[in-house]
Ligand binder design. Structure first.
Ligand SMILES: Cc1ncc(COP(=O)(O)O)c(C=O)c1O
Length: 452
């Protein structure tokens, strides 16, 4: 039989998968560690149970006690799951920028939730951690979990998350990309991986507006007064659980990049996650494109499920109101996904028209790009061929070069639908897509209209 003792035995051992489509053009396959598949839908289930077990062992948490915590939501859920199985009460304090879904979820688990202002410093008595600490003190049997300085937090990532990544990649992991809220994940994982292979690179992906990226470059950096909306990562001070000793580089990511890449991850790979995972993936893609490490096995960390952001980053109106959404949210790479298995038909300038015309007939193509030494030099258009036929010309005697029209416009993989629309406004019936891998694809006006 394979029956677990309780839901707590379902925490961890999350799968790793290849991001086959998103990796296109990177020169390596990016792998995702899917910690959103924990029972509470986030990485924080790991520290929920670990902090409680350690507090029980040290006598800080007594049977029937009350757990309090300042949380972006996910740690609260991790704690609530364990508390419900083990018989504790919970009070959680959340900053008001957190999504409605997270508050409702915590209440569904039976926790008491107090919403505190986001825009206060950590020394303000209204700060979510200060309120949680005070409630623990004032409540008989109260225990403040304190994920931002609790050593059980990085330790459980060292003992479980990191070990899983090492074993799942057979020790071949070369890069680890993650954000930092408390820093527990990147710290614990970074320490273990470096101990096992000092060459593994640990890259912190940090939201623009957080102090971490600035502090990494200058230990005297002051926090910037800039609010960002991605939840759970970045900070305006350096907490006890954060350690830069094992971090090799930092990449900054904007809210807009985080959300757009997370939404693309859902559409291109079927993996539905939140903004912090988008931050990690956007950071990984930027870093790998810039540094081109060649053959490698990079791992990107996926933190929590997308469901809890349906009213925000998965709501087009919210995205538009906050200036995060292109009017048409689709890229050329995604349009090509809608035409699987269709190899691009091309012609060469010195072929005769009868050599290429078979394709036009059987594949119902309106235009065929003409490539010379792999680069577009012209295109054959069906109306031209019709005219030649009506004139009674013999297609076997005409070279492509003699009659080809202007080449199709070229766009990149990442061209947005708006850019494509503008390209088509110039009169072209289709655009050639130069893939990051160097291959060519084609997107026609009809392909774009069908998707929009
Ligand atoms: C959604 C989300 N992603 C990532 C993190 C960051 O993890 P860590 O605290 O281990 O740095 C958090 C932390 O609260 C989070 O809520």
């Amino acid at each position: 039989m394979d029956i677990r003792e309780s839901i707590l035995d379902c925490v961890g051992h999350t799968p790793m998968v290849k991001l086959n489509r998103i990796s296109d053009g990177l020169g390596c396959t990016l792998v995702a560690k899917l910690d959103h598949l924990n029972p509470g839908g986030s990485v924080k289930d790991r520290i929920g149970i670990a902090m409680i077990r350690d507090a029980e062992a040290s006598g800080l948490l007594k049977p029937g006690g009350t757990i309090t915590e300042g949380t972006a939501g996910n740690t609260g859920l991790g704690l609530a799951i364990a508390a419900n199985v083990l018989g504790y009460k919970c009070v959680f304090c959340l900053p008001d920028k957190m999504s409605r879904e997270k508050i409702d979820l915590l209440r569904a688990y039976g926790a008491k939730v107090i919403v505190t202002p986001t825009a206060v410093t950590k020394d303000d008595p209204r700060h979510y951690n200060a309120v949680a600490k005070r409630i623990a003190k004032e409540t008989p049997g109260g225990w403040y979990a304190g994920q931002f300085q609790n050593p059980s937090n990085p330790e459980v990532h060292y003992a479980t998350t990191a070990k899983e990544i090492w074993e799942q990649t057979d020790g071949k992991v070369t890069h680890f990309f993650a954000g930092a809220g408390t820093g527990g994940t990147i710290n614990g994982v970074g320490k273990y991986l470096k101990e096992h292979n000092p060459k593994v690179k640990i890259i912190l992906c940090d939201p623009v507006g957080s102090l971490y990226a600035l502090y990494y470059k200058d230990k005297n950096a002051a926090p910037v007064n800039r609010q960002y909306t991605v939840e759970g990562i970045g900070l305006d001070y350096i907490p006890g659980t954060m350690d830069f000793a094992n971090i090799d580089d930092v990449v900054q990511v904007t809210d807009s990049e985080s959300y757009q890449v997370a939404r693309r991850l859902t559409r291109m790979e079927g993996i539905f996650t939140g903004g912090s995972s988008g931050n990690n993936l956007a950071g990984a893609l930027k870093w790998l494109k810039k540094h081109k490490p060649g053959e490698c096995l990079p791992v990107v960390f996926i933190c929590d499920v997308g469901d809890r952001y349906l009213s925000k980053m998965y709501n087009d109106n919210w995205m538009r109101e906050n200036g995060f959404l292109e009017e048409f949210d689709v890229t050329a790479a995604e349009l090509l996904l809608h035409k699987p298995g269709q190899a691009l038909v091309t012609a060469e300038p010195d072929q005769t028209l009868s050599e290429v015309i078979g394709h036009v007939k059987t594949l119902d193509l309106s235009q065929i790009p003409v490539l010379e030494s792999g680069e577009p030099v012209g295109a054959l258009y069906d109306d031209q061929l019709i005219n030649l036929l009506l004139e009674g010309r013999k297609l076997g005697e005409i070279k492509v070069r003699e009659v080809m029209g202007a080449p199709l416009p070229v766009v990149s993989d990442e061209a947005t639908a708006t850019e494509l629309l503008r390209t088509f406004q110039g009169g072209a019936p289709a655009a050639l897509v130069k893939r990051a891998s160097g291959e060519w694809g084609i997107v026609t006006k009809a392909d774009l209209v069908a998707v929009l």
